[in-house]
Design a protein around this ligand. Sequence first.
Ligand code: SF4
Length: 112
Amino acid sequence: MTTELDPPPATLTRRNVLVRAVSLPLVLAVPPALAACARGPSCNDTSGLSADDAKIRNEAAAYQEQATDPTKHCSACLQFVPGPKDACGSCKVVKGPINPNGGCKLFQPKQG
Ligand code: SF4
């Protein structure tokens, strides 16, 4: 026995199948895309650096793609040189591509 409060029976129409087939990939793709936007561009390609520059970047400066302290990210640093919109920038002291959301031990806050 069915009542007015019961949901309508699920029907397997071609339209329902198509809507679900299109919706599922979109639903699965959105969270990673949003996470990528929050992280900014990928600036890990250090293949063009000399061994010494890579060592300074990775060991002396301890550069990271995401600043461990969100108040000390590269785009707030005196040494940061911005790149084009949504792209890596550069740094006056650490060689290689620099993520605006990155950070390192050499952070210096921009002056007022
Ligand atoms: Fe980023 Fe460090 Fe360069 Fe400052 S010094 S812009 S924190 S890499």
